[in-house]
Write a protein that binds this ligand. Structure first.
Ligand code: NAD
Ligand code: UDP
Length: 336
C-alpha cells in the first residue's frame, strides 16, 4: 500500500514512517520542515534500510500539493502536518487557523480530486476542553480552550461535514493524549525548537545539562502529590496506532474517533522520579506558580481503540524515560 504522510518529518510522523516502512508500506512524505529536519527522515531510512520519497512542500501551496498527487497514486493519507503549540497559538491565532485549517482544506480538496478518500487525522485530547471527569471517553462533550485546540476541533467538524456530504470517505480521528518517548535505537526522537513547552522534553534537556532546572507548575492541585496528572503515551505505541487505524480504514468504517492513551496517569513528580532513575542522577527542579489553563488530571479511556483497532499502549513510563534519555544523551542538540 502507498501512503502519503503529511508532516512526516516531525516527531510523531517520523516514528510512524519508521513503523510503516518496517511493515512494508510504501511512503511519500510531504513536509515544509517548518518544525522539523530532513535528517529525521534520513535516519528513518538508515534504521529500516528502506527508502521513502520526500517532497519539501507546504500544504498552503496548493499547486505543489497537486503535483505530488499527480506524480503517484496513494491508497490513503496520514495527516500530521500542523502547528501544535497551544501557548503560541494564543499569540498568533491567524497563523494557526491559516496553517492548520487552510492547509487541511487544501489537502482534502486535492485528495477528493484524485479520488483518495481514506484519511487518518492527528487530533488531540485538547478537543475535550476541560473534561469534567476522568477517564475521558470519545463520547464526552467537545470544546476547545485555545486557538490550537479550536483548529483541531474545527478540522474534526469539517471532516464530519465532508463525510456527511460523501460517505465514500473513510476517516479515522486519532485523539492523542501526551505523546512522549523516542525510538529505542536512540537515533530519532523529539527535537523541539527553542525552549520546550512540554514536560518530558524539558526534563530531558535538564537531565543532559542543556537547561539548568525544571519549573514544576504548582503542587497544590487536588492530586495525591499535588502535581498535575497526565496520560503519557510512548511515541512508538502511538505510531503503531496509526498502522492499526489504516487497517481499520480498509474495512470502510466511515468516520470513526479513537483515544490513543494508556488508561492511566502520572504526576509531574512521578515523571521526574522515573527520569532520574533512567539517567542515574538528580533532576534539579523547583515548584513555581501554576500554569494558567492546566487541568489537575487528564487521562484516556482508550478501551475503544483496544476493542475496535486491537491497539493498546504496551510501553511503561520507565521505557519512555529510558528511550528519551538514550535519544537525548546521544543527540544533546537534537538533529542539528
Ligand atoms: P511536529 O511539529 O514535530 O510535526 C508536524 C510536522 O508538520 C512538522 O514536521 C512540520 O514541519 C510540518 N508542517 C507544519 N505545517 C505544515 C504545512 N503547512 N505544510 C507542510 N508541513 C507542515 O509535531 P508532532 O508532535 O509530530 O505532531 C504531529 C501532529 O499531531 C500535529 O498535527 C499535532 O497537532 C498533533 N498532536 C501532537 C501532540 C503532541 O503533543 N506532540 C498531541 C496531540 C496532537
Ligand atoms: N509542566 C511542568 N513544567 C514544565 C512543563 C510542564 O510542571 O516545564 C507540567 C504541566 O503543568 C502539566 C504537565 O507538566 O501538568 C504536562 O505538561 P505538558 O505541557 O507536557 O502537557 P499538557 O499540559 O499540554 O497536557
Amino acid at each position: 500500500m502507498k501512503i502519503l504522510v503529511t508532516g512526516g518529518a516531525g516527531f510523531i510522523g517520523s516514528h510512524t514512517c519508521l513503523e510503516m516502512l518496517q511493515e512494508g508500506y510504501e511512503i511519500t512524505v510531504v513536509d515544509n520542515l517548518c518544525n522539523s529536519k530532513e535528517e529525521a527522515l534520513i535516519r528513518v531510512q538508515a534504521i529500516t534500510g528502506k527508502p521513502l520519497t520526500f517532497h519539501k512542500v507546504d500544504l498552503l501551496d496548493r499547486q505543489a500539493l497537486e503535483q505530488v498527487f499527480a506524480s503517484d497514486s496513494f491508497d490513503a493519507v496520514i495527516h500530521f502536518a500542523g502547528l501544535k503549540a497551544p501557548g503560541e497559538s494564543v499569540s498568533i491565532p491567524l497563523r494557526y487557523y491559516q496553517n492548520n485549517i487552510t492547509g487541511t482544506i487544501n489537502l482534502l480538496e486535492v485528495m477528493a480530486h484524485y479520488g483518495v478518500k481514506s484519511l487518518v487525522f492527528s487530533s488531540s485530547c485538547t478537543v475535550y476542553g476541560e473534561a469534567k471527569t476522568v477517564p475521558i471517553r470519545e463520547d464526552f462533550p467537545l470544546g476547545a480552550i485555545n486557538p490550537y485546540g479550536r483548529t483541531k476541533l474545527m478540522i474534526e467538524q469539517i471532516l464530519a461535514d465532508l463525510y456527511t456530504s460523501d460517505n465514500s470517505w473513510d476517516i479515522a480521528l486519532l485523539r492523542y493524549f501526551n505523546p512522549v518517548g523516542a525510538h529505542p535505537s536512540g537515533r530519532i526522537g523529539e527535537d523541539p525548537q527553542g525552549i520546550p513547552n512540554n514536560l518530558l522534553p524539558y526534563v530531558a534537556q535538564v537531565a543532559v545539562g542543556r537547561l539548568p532546572e525544571l519549573h514544576v507548575f504548582g503542587n497544590d492541585y487536588p492530586t495525591p502529590d499535588g502535581t498535575c496528572i497526565r496520560d503519557y503515551v510512548h511515541v512508538v505505541d502511538l505510531a503503531l496506532g496509526h498502522l492499526r487505524a489504516l487497517e481499520k480504514l480498509q474495512t470502510h468504517p466511515g468516520l470513526v474517533a479513537y483515544n490513543l492513551g494508556t488508561n492511566r496517569g502520572h504526576s509531574v513528580m512521578e515523571v521526574i522520579a522515573a527520569f532520574e532513575k533512567a539517567c542515574g542522577h538528580a533532576i534539579p527542579h523547583r515548584v513555581v506558580e501554576r500554569r494558567p489553563g492546566d487541568a489537575a488530571v487528564s487521562y484516556a479511556d482508550a478501551s475503544k481503540a483496544n476493542r475496535e483497532l486491537g491497539w493498546r499502549s504496551e510501553k511503561s513510563m520507565d521505557d519512555i524515560c529510558a528511550d528519551m534519555w538514550r535519544w537525548q544523551k546521544n543527540n544533546p542538540y537534537g538533529y542539528s
